[in-house]
Ligand binder design. Structure first.
Ligand SMILES: *Cc1c(COP(=O)(O)O)cnc(C)c1O
Length: 484
């Protein structure tokens, strides 16, 4: 694909301006005039349309193909929700903060307030802030709330405890909030080792940060016991709810002992995820942590009117501008209302069913380090293919040639040659079957013709890249110069 400047043809135009019928103004001062004409691409409208349309076709997206990226919930979201997000276009978020503004914004504030209530119900928490703009920012907000809680009670705590299967943002967020990290290994049964956890717990632990199901896709059967042990040491339980489509409507984190929860609206609740677009990571807390929530807080008076609380002695302060990523919040609200309680339960059931279908169909062909019922995702290992010189990355690249986005590979780091597949609730059995077919083909090729896997992908403009270098030193090449 040529760059747009290289397509430029001198004299070609996309628009024709009419002859001006306005008299020329005073001539501009000589010093302001260009000495050379501006360097702009010269193209017709059709050149331009084709350029951008062709570029867009190089993008892989859920709208075009299956995208089973584990721990990320790359799913299809109903397009009607895009329409819903635009319904609030006329609202400027500063309006609510002006004198008398609350009166004019009751509908908008009502949507945010109701969304908070719905998420509180889903997670089993007492109040939710919608401010954080991503999962990781939700984690940091949540840990800052926990720190404020302990400080107010005169407890100086030093540590946050995480299992070694945790998402990388967990220890990073806790460290940014000022804590040292204690990592607890995973036991052969696929969850945080209960005995080692017991030994690691002490009075200086501020919080235990977990995701349940964990990044192996497994629900921890000891979770209630873990939260009881944590609470006995005056530590709070933090739930990383980035991917809630495993348990939504089935289990509330609040019911299994968690005190603070963040949710990724851009994974579970209908905002397309990936590509670095806007997200939202609302945080729910138990009553004891409400005084520390970010401001402004949307509150309801006795008459049912909404108002903004803009000052409080204990709040950790503002964590984002205005009320968070408003369009993302509007999509999530519409999604929840559209599906209702029964619909959300079906989302979880379907996500879990799809992941288990793939787990069972592929376990004959790939090593399954933790062979038990999974939740929304399953983690294989390419260790059985390794003796043939075939690694997880080769299988991932082979899938590209067959129209599938690779699953997550090499994460969670506790699984050698990990292949982490999350099919999501929105995929049909037919799609899963064709994916499974290609995965089986790859497993067979590993034995018969490993070179075919090493050569993949063959159908893309670029083949194997040094991925770190490609991300850090982007170099967009022209046609004919196949990047290596
Ligand atoms: C995606 C994810 C996060 C981080 O969310 P971001 O919005 O990308 O910051 C945290 N934990 C888990 C388990 C995740 O899957």
């Amino acid at each position: 694909m040529q760059l747009i400047y290289e397509k430029s043809v001198s004299g070609r135009r996309g628009v024709g301006l009419p002859v001006s019928d306005v008299p020329a103004a005073q001539p501009l001062p000589e010093t302001l005039l260009r000495t050379e004409s501006a360097e702009l691409p010269e193209l017709s409208e059709l050149d331009l349309v084709r350029h951008f349309t062709n570029l867009s076709r190089r993008n892989f997206s859920v709208d075009t193909n299956f995208y089973p990226l584990g721990s990320c919930t790359m799913k299809y979201n109903p397009k009607v929700l895009e329409e819903c997000a635009t319904l609030f276009e006329g609202f400027h978020p500063l309006l609510a903060l002006l004198p008398g503004g609350e009166e004019l914004c009751q509908g908008t504030l009502g949507m945010l307030y109701d969304l908070g209530q719905l998420l509180a119900d889903i997670t089993g928490m007492d109040e939710v802030t919608t401010q954080p703009l991503a999962g990781a920012q939700g984690e940091m907000t949540g840990i800052m709330l926990i720190a404020a809680y302990h400080r107010a009670r005169g407890n100086r705590k030093k540590y946050v405890l995480v299992p070694d299967s945790s998402h990388g943002t967990n220890p990073a967020s806790a460290a940014m909030a000022g804590y040292e990290i204690i990592t607890v290994p995973t036991a052969p049964y696929g969850d945080m080792d209960l005995e080692l956890f017991r030994q690691a717990m002490n009075g200086e632990v501020a919080a235990v940060m977990m995701t349940c199901p964990n990044t192996l896709g497994l629900f921890n059967p000891h979770i209630k016991e873990i939260s009881d042990i944590a609470h006995a040491h005056d530590a709070l339980m933090y739930y990383d709810g980035a991917n809630l489509n495993a348990i939504m409507g089935k289990v509330k984190p609040g019911d299994i002992g968690f005190d603070v929860v963040h949710v990724n609206l851009h994974k579970t609740f209908a905002t397309p995820h990936g590509g670095g677009g806007p997200g939202a990571g609302p945080v729910g807390v138990r009553r004891a942590l409400i005084p520390y929530l970010p401001l402004p807080r949307i509150c309801m008076d006795d008459g049912g009117k909404l108002f903004l609380e803009t000052s409080s002695a204990h709040s950790i302060g503002r964590t984002a501008g205005f009320f968070g990523n408003f369009g993302v919040l509007a999509r999530a609200y519409a999604y929840i209302v559209m599906l209702g309680r029964e619909g959300l339960i079906r989302v979880s059931e379907q996500a879990v069913l799809n992941a288990n279908y793939i787990r069972v169909r592929l376990k004959e062909y790939y090593d399954l380090p933790f062979d038990m019922t999974c939740m929304h995702e399953c983690v294989f290992s390419a260790s059985r293919q390794l003796p043939h010189g075939v690694r997880a990355i080769d299988i991932a690249k082979y899938l590209i040639d067959h129209g599938f986005h690779p699953p997550t590979v090499y994460f969670p780091m506790i699984v050698k040659e990990a292949i982490m597949i999350e099919p999501t609730e929105t995929e049909s059995k037919a799609t899963l079957d064709s994916f499974i077919g290609v995965m089986i083909e790859a497993a067979e090729l590993a034995g018969s013709n490993p070179q075919a896997l090493h050569d993949a992908p063959l159908s893309m403009p670029v083949s194997r890249l040094d991925e770190t270098k490609a991300a850090r030193e982007q170099k967009v090449c022209c046609e004919g110069e196949r990047a290596r």
